[in-house]
Design a binder for this molecule. Structure first.
Ligand code: CTP
Length: 416
């Protein structure tokens, strides 16, 4: 059975020439068993008549926020809540900018602010517009919020030029939606997941601290992906400036000791623990009560070890399925496997950092290792990387639960 069977899809059509492929997309979605309702922007309605979409969708087409008759039949809030997924194809540069800024200037923008359904964009624009720093920035903002992108593809464009900016073909968009429906089918339904994210700060004096370059983006993306997969997620976050993903309970901490305390206090009820935080390994031995004055040419800080949250979680008698991260500047596999074994982890996600890679970026690649297996995930957005990681965690977690013999060295007690 198609995973799109019975799905309610809200299709936004905006003013790109590729709007002419929209009716084909609607037909394919309906053939796959989905119900489709179409919302067009004013520009889109100049390119393709709304009656065409009405004929292929079998539903009235909305073009205007102020249409009293349409609002009486199904108000825009109701329409936004009706959708299982919102897909905008084609999505113009203007539409991406409006979404990134959170504009509710028209019906489609308003619906996108109201809906809690996943949002999928199939951008279509001239390649120079796609490459423009403004569009790059908007793409980053939207991807960082969990918006999925299909395409754009490279090739001949309506303007006669060639480059990246062609809308993905309708068949490809349907495939992406099928994948999304499969992922959302509740891979982690019924599980409780505890995630740590971000750096920690270890105070030196009232105004200074020791910390690291972690932005928290990877851990937040994992928390979001786990929530999307149906888990009940608690996120313990170090000091970062990221918004809390929808449906995730967040606890803010500052130091490694606070993160340790927060994690150990909650881990008993978690089925899965993902340690994505870059927890400080050392903290100043003594925290000066007053600001340290620059009275000498050199200053020595005496540092002592911080608690290892991940190792302590994995060492519990009733340890959850425990996942760690290894950010390495060299010998990725050797260091990652050493950590997997030394800390008794079920899985480790290893990536290369330094030289512009890893920290404080919107994309990343990783190799995931577990006892007896590994998988490479190529360069992609941190959101997509997180979804792939969550899918692997779900697979390994259910394999370990159903296994008659433990796949890792047994400890007293065992996994819940
Ligand atoms: N971690 C932790 N508590 C710490 C240090 C690290 O929970 N005090 C977790 C991180 O969240 C991550 C993993 O351990 O999942 C990283 O392993 P680790 O060996 O500590 O990595 P590094 O700190 O990079 O260690 P090293 O400097 O030895 O490479």
């Amino acid at each position: 059975m198609s995973s799109l069977q019975g799905k309610k899809i809200l299709l936004g059509v905006t003013g790109g020439i590729a709007a002419y492929k929209g009716p084909d997309l609607v037909r394919r979605l309906r053939d796959a068993g989905a119900s489709v309702r179409v919302v067009m922007t004013a520009s889109a309605a100049k390119l393709v008549a709304p009656t065409v979409f009405q004929a292929v969708s079998g539903e009235p087409v909305r073009t205007d926020l102020w249409d009293e008759g349409a609002e009486a039949a199904m108000g825009h809030i109701e329409l936004a809540r009706w959708a299982d997924v919102v897909v905008i194809a084609p999505a113009t540069a203007h539409t991406m900018a409006g979404l990134a800024a959170g504009l509710a200037a028209d019906l489609l923008g308003t619906l996108c602010l109201v809906t809690r359904a996943p949002l999928v964009l199939a951008p279509a624009m001239n390649h120079s517009m796609w490459e423009h720093p403004a569009t790059r920035a908007n793409h980053g903002v939207l991807a960082g919020r969990g918006v999925r992108f299909v395409g754009p593809a490279e090739g001949a464009q309506a303007c006669g030029e060639t480059g990246v900016g062609r809308m993905a073909e309708p068949a490809e968009i349907v495939e992406a939606l099928r994948g999304l429906a499969g992922a959302a089918a509740g891979l982690l339904a019924g599980t409780r997941v505890l995630v740590t994210a971000g750096p920690t700060r270890e105070p030196i004096d009232p105004v200074r601290f020791v910390s690291n370059r972690s932005s928290g983006k990877m851990g937040f993306a994992v928390a979001r992906a786990a929530a999307e997969a149906g888990a009940e997620v608690t996120l313990i976050a170090g000091p970062v400036t990221l918004p809390t993903p929808a449906g995730v309970a967040r606890i803010d901490v500052e130091t490694a000791a606070q993160m340790h305390e927060a994690a150990l206090a909650r881990v008993a009820s978690a089925h899965i623990y993902v340690g994505a935080a870059a927890v400080s390994d050392y903290r100043p031995d003594v925290v000066a009560e007053q600001k340290i004055k620059k009275s000498s040419d050199t200053l020595n800080l005496s540092l002592v070890r911080c608690p290892d949250v991940l190792a302590d979680v994995a060492a519990l008698d009733q340890a959850p399925f425990t996942v760690g991260f290894a950010a390495e500047t060299e010998k990725l596999e050797a260091h990652a496997l050493e950590k997997l074994h030394r800390k008794h982890l079920d899985m480790i996600i290893a990536n290369v950092v330094g030289g512009g890679l890893g920290f404080d970026r919107d994309d990343n690649s990783a190799t995931v290792f577990w006892q007896g297996g590994q998988e490479d995930i190529g360069q992609t957005s941190k959101c997509e990387l997180a979804r792939r990681i969550v899918a692997l965690i779900a697979t390994r977690y259910s394999a370990t639960r159903s296994a008659t013999t433990p796949i890792r060295s047994p400890r007293a007690g065992g996994r819940r």
